[in-house]
Ligand binder design. Structure first.
Ligand code: SF4
Length: 375
C-alpha cells in the first residue's frame, strides 16, 4: 500500500467536500518553498539561480503557517531549495503536523542523517528523497559524485528510525528506461513506501536547456518505463496521472491544484512559471488569467509541460468527477499491469547520450531549440 488509508480517506473526503460545495478551483497540495538556497547545483533546476540577496531569504514558520491555513489544502509539499538548510525547518514541520497536514519534505538527503534527530516519526511526515535514477544517472543529474550513496544511506537511516520515506524522480531526455526500471527495483528493495515521477520542465533559469522532453517523447519514454509493470512497484502518485504520462489519457492543466507560496508570495500561475505574485491565495485565484495557461491555451511556456504539479491534480479530480473515473482508478490500482509488446521493444532502442556532469551555461539559442510537440 503506497499511501496510508488515513491519508487516502483525508484526501478523498476533502475532494468530495469541495465538489459538494460546488468549488471549481480548489487546491490539493500546497507547494511551500521556504527558501531557494541549496547544497547542490543541478543542471536541470531553475530555483538556485536567484541573486544572493534572494537566496539568503527564508520564510518564517509563522509565514508558512499563514499560507497553509489560508490555502486549506490537505497536503503540503516542501521543496526549495533544500528545506533541510532552513534554520527552522523542524518548527515548520512541527506546526504542520499539529495542523494534521500530510507533509512531503522534498530533500536531496545530503543533510538528512545529520538533521534527522530534529524530527519525530509521524504518519503526517514523509521524507521525499530526490533520486533521479541509479547511481551513475543520479550523480550526473545532480552534478555531484557520491550523491546517490549519501541519499541511499540517509533513506536507510530514516526507515530504520520509523519515518515514512518516498523517492521523487525527475526524468530528462536521455533517461534509459531499462535503468529506470532497475532503479524502481532498487528502491523497492530499500523499502521505500512509494515512488514519485515527473518529466523535467524547461525552467528559463535552468543551466541545461537541452535535455527537457517534448510531449511526444515524454509519452514514449513513460510508455516504455511503466508498461509491463511489476506488481511490487509502488507509486506515490495518482494511477490516472501515470496513465496520462503513458499517453493513455489527456487532461487539461489544473495549475491552481498545486499552488506555490514562497519568499515572493503566491506565485502566478503555477510552480513552474513566474508571471507575477499575489499577496493572498484568494487574490491568486481571482486575479490570475487562468485561460492563458495549460497546453491547450497555446501558451508556448506550457507547450511541452506534463509535470505533476500541473496535471496530477487534474487526474485526482477525474477520479472523483464520475463513476467512470472512480472505476478507472480502482482498475488501474488493483488490476492493471499494462502489458504492451511494443513497449518491450522500446526498452531495447538505443538511448541518446546523457548530459555531462557539469553545469552548462544557458544560451538563447539552446532555449529556442526546444522541441514543441503540443497535443
Ligand atoms: S502547463 Fe505546466 S507550465 Fe503551464 S500552467 Fe500548467 S503546470 Fe504551469
Amino acid at each position: 500500500m503506497p499511501v496510508p488509508v488515513s491519508q487516502m480517506w483525508t484526501v478523498a473526503s476533502y475532494v468530495i467536500g469541495q465538489k459538494l460545495a460546488g468549488r471549481k478551483q480548489y487546491p490539493l497540495v500546497l507547494m511551500l518553498e521556504p527558501l531557494f538556497r541549496c547544497n547542490l547545483a543541478c543542471a536541470g533546476c531553475g530555483k538556485i539561480q536567484y541573486p544572493a540577496h534572494i537566496l539568503k531569504k527564508d520564510l518564517s514558520p509563522e509565514e508558512c503557517f499563514r499560507a497553509v491555513d489560508e490555502c486549506g489544502a490537505p497536503m503540503v509539499s516542501i521543496p526549495g531549495g533544500e528545506p533541510l538548510m532552513h534554520p527552522e525547518i523542524d518548527k515548520i514541520v512541527e506546526g504542520l503536523v499539529a495542523r494534521k497536514k500530510y507533509i512531503y519534505l522534498c530533500t536531496n538527503a545530503l543533510l538528512l542523517k545529520e538533521k534527522i534527530h530534529l524530527f519525530k516519526p509521524s504518519k503526517y511526515l514523509t521524507f521525499s528523497v530526490h533520486l533521479d535514477g541509479q547511481r551513475e544517472e543520479h550523480d550526473l543529474a545532480v552534478c555531484r559524485e557520491g550523491g546517490y550513496d549519501i541519499a541511499v544511506a540517509a533513506v536507510k537511516e530514516a526507515l530504520k528510525r520509523g519515518f515514512r520515506v518516498t523517492t521523487n524522480t525527475t526524468l530528462f531526455d536521455g533517461a534509459n528506461p531499462k535503468s529506470v526500471r532497475a532503479f524502481f527495483d532498487e528502491m523497492m528493495d530499500l523499502g521505500v513506501e512509494g515512488m514519485m515521477l515527473s518529466p523535467g520542465y524547461s525552467y528559463d533559469k535552468a543551466p541545461d536547456q537541452k535535455h527537457f522532453l517534448g510531449r511526444a517523447r515524454t509519452r514514449r519514454m513513460f510508455r516504455a518505463i511503466l508498461s509491463n509493470r511489476k506488481k511490487r512497484w509502488q507509486f506515490n502518485l495518482s494511477p490516472l496521472f501515470l496513465e496520462f504520462l503513458m499517453g493513455k489519457r489527456t487532461y487539461p492543466c489544473t495549475p491552481w491544484g498545486m499552488p506555490t507560496y514562497n519568499v515572493f508570495g503566491w506565485q502566478k500561475p503555477c510552480y513552474l512559471l513566474q508571471d507575477g505574485y499575489a499577496e493572498s491565495f484568494k487574490e491568486l485565484l481571482e486575479t490570475t488569467e487562468w485561460q492563458n495557461y495549460g497546453t491547450e491555451s497555446g501558451n508556448p511556456a506550457c507547450a511541452n509541460c506534463m509535470v505533476h504539479s500541473g496535471y496530477e491534480a487534474s487526474a485526482v479530480n477525474a477520479t472523483f468527477s464520475s463513476l467512470g473515473g472512480f472505476l478507472a482508478t480502482v482498475k488501474a490500482t488493483l488490476f492493471s499491469s499494462y502489458k504492451d509488446e511494443e513497449a518491450l521493444r522500446l526498452l531495447d532502442e538505443p538511448q541518446a547520450a546523457v548530459n555531462p556532469l557539469i553545469q552548462i551555461a544557458p544560451t538563447q539559442s539552446a532555449h529556442h531549440d526546444l522541441q514543441e510537440t503540443r497535443a
